[in-house]
Design a binder for this molecule. Sequence first.
Ligand code: OAD
Length: 251
Amino acid sequence: MPGMAEQALDRAAALLRGATRVAVLTGAGVSAESGVPTFRGGGGLWEGQPVEQVATPEAFLDDPERVWRFYEQRRRNLLPIRPNPAHDVLAGWQDRFPDYTLVTQNVDGLHQAAGARGVLELHGNIWRVRCAGCGRERVERTVPLPELPPRCTACGALERPGVVWFGEMLPQDVLARAWEAAEQAQVLVVVGTSALVYPAAGLLEVTARHGGTVIEVNPEPSALAFIAAIALRGPAGEVLPRLAARVGGPR
Ligand code: OAD
């Protein structure tokens, strides 16, 4: 992390040491060092992949098999992927801060794989499938799926990936809990998100508006970097362990 200001790390650590209510918002960047491609930018998932053809309800209505092929490929790629030190730190903090909420836009389940409990998944989880007819939801880790697109054994309708697509509502109970955590957080640590997709990105604004401090961990400034009081510019898998070492263990 050449050039990353030690001073910024020290300031961030001091803030966190003095905080009891801490929230974290993660995006694709937190899984980058595990080998999961991000969405935007060179080599990103959306590069050369028209989002509206694979990640919208219209696409699923139009061609469910095409949509499933895209998700099946992602599930296949995720299968051998393991959490990285950034996920480990963020899971460990649940025992460090009395009031801690981990909110993610990621669907990869890597926070839970690192041991995090009660993760608020704003965009769902790729290891769940939901019936488009009766709404029944189930965990499905089989790759490849025996039948594509899969069908609901209860009602016979098509099943869909348990993720949130563009143009869809987020799970309202999950969003409400994330909103409340952002309102109450003394510190919100924002890790590896471009902060371009709402309402998730709105959580930064919520914390700042309620007098909390936003810390951004990202090699590049996000679209809402101006809201962050402290920027830790570097890969999450390196920055977060250094930050955690300064913050210290459970009180
Ligand atoms: P993006 O691909 O938009 O942004 C990834 C961010 O991670 C960028 O700001 C990168 O600079 C940063 N990054 C890259 N490597 C990193 C590393 N090693 N450590 C820390 N940061 C790193 O992904 P998201 O912001 O998650 O939604 O995208 C938000 C939503 O848009 C996704 O949940 C998905 C997507 O389209 C839906 O599918 C509904």
